[in-house]
Design a protein around this ligand. Structure first.
Ligand code: SAM
Length: 345
């Protein structure tokens, strides 16, 4: 019994271990699905602690698999866990867990890339964007092939306050390949600074929590794993549409070892490229000889603002892609060559 004045929080009753469940349901990891499981409950507890206090929280766990991380979440004082799992084989084991935690575990058999999380929780979970984050968390140890596209999708959702962010500034605690975790959190001037660093950090406070050695997983992946925590910012550091920010950042980073003006040039059609690039760098007051990795987020903001100004005057720039111009040029060269090689009639 709980001592007077102290609330008793739910603890799971004794259950077969995750390893025993895997044997019981013959859950061999599918290599092509990059399934790597965590059996060590001290480690899954440590991942869950990175989310902060989960007292009475609602949690969406992505890719629960055999349920190791799910057990740690259920033991953290949450009010409800919604799990989204793609692989049918894990559903019976998750149902067993749900029986051990009555009314606390909701199971969705589906794909997190298409699941409508904006419909997954009641409206009263929501908190206005400008206030503290809602008591709603997303936690997951997903395959690397899913976690990177997913975080890009969720960053766009943060910018547009859609998907899991219709409830407010929902926090995320997710695993990534160690190098991706380093890129997400890399600071200005560091070797790992990349497109992903800017896209994540202009929208969120991002923390690289700790690294899990590959050997902690079964089967062991070839790489180590980083746990990353994201809290969406009230004010994005670049107040422009996501697609516009994404376009400028992508272009600037395509020549990551060259001076940044090289990438900026590719935002403009060849006929006006040099002139508009010079104008844009001056307008943004950014030194064109800095490398992309040396640019701060305020400098990216100045570049995106300057580009938005050009686009407002010349809307056709918005759809301009230099690779498309290159492709058309190449096609027209081929056509001319073919015509030149045909005998005159
Ligand atoms: N969370 C478990 C753990 O830590 O032991 C399993 C981790 S395993 C790396 C990834 C899990 O995500 C697998 O159970 C896999 O079936 C599931 N998964 C993969 N792609 C998914 C998707 N698109 N939507 C939902 N679940 C997915």
């Amino acid at each position: 019994m709980a001592s007077p004045g102290k609330l008793a929080y739910f603890r799971l009753p004794p259950l077969p271990t995750v390893g025993e469940l895997i044997k019981l349901y013959k859950l061999r990891a599918e290599k092509q699905l990059s399934q790597n499981f965590l059996f060590d409950l001290r480690l899954t507890d440590k991942i869950v602690r990175q989310a902060g206090s989960l007292r009475d929280a609602r949690v969406c766990e992505v890719g629960p698999g055999p349920g190791g991380l799910t057990r740690s979440i259920l033991n953290a004082g949450v009010s409800e866990v919604l799990v989204v799992e793609k692989d049918t084989r894990f559903i019976p084991g998750l149902k067993l867990l749900s029986e051990a935690a009555p009314g606390m575990l909701r199971i969705v058999h589906g794909d997190i890339l298409t699941y409508r999380m904006d419909r997954g929780f009641p409206e009263n979970v929501s908190k206005p964007w400008g206030e503290d984050p809602p008591n709603l968390h997303i936690i997951g140890n997903l395959p690397f092939s899913v976690s990177t596209p997913l975080i890009i999708k969720w960053l766009e959702n943060i910018a547009n306050r859609t998907g899991p962010f219709v409830y407010g500034r929902t926090r995320l605690t997710l695993t990534f390949q160690k190098e991706v975790a380093e890129r997400l959190t890399a600071s200005t001037g560091s070797k790992q600074r990349s497109r992903l660093s800017i896209m994540a950090q202009y929208l969120c406070t991002v923390r690289n929590c700790f690294t899990i050695p590959g050997r902690a997983f079964v089967p062991k992946p070839k790489v180590d794993v980083g746990v990353v925590h994201f809290t969406p910012l009230i004010q994005p550091q670049i107040p422009q549409p996501f697609k516009l920010v994404e376009k400028v950042v992508r272009n600037v980073f395509q020549f990551r070892r060259k001076h940044c003006h090289k990438g900026v040039e590719k935002l403009f059609p060849e006929v006006c490229r040099l002139e508009l690039t010079q104008e844009m760098m001056q307008k943004a007051d950014v030194d064109p000889t800095l490398r992309p990795t040396e640019l701060t987020i305020p400098q990216f903001r100045a570049l995106v603002d300057a580009y938005a100004h050009f686009c407002a005057h010349e809307p056709s720039l918005l759809s301009y892609e230099f690779r498309e111009e290159l492709r058309l040029k190449h096609l027209s060269k081929l056509r001319n060559r073919t015509m030149a090689s045909q005998p005159a009639q």
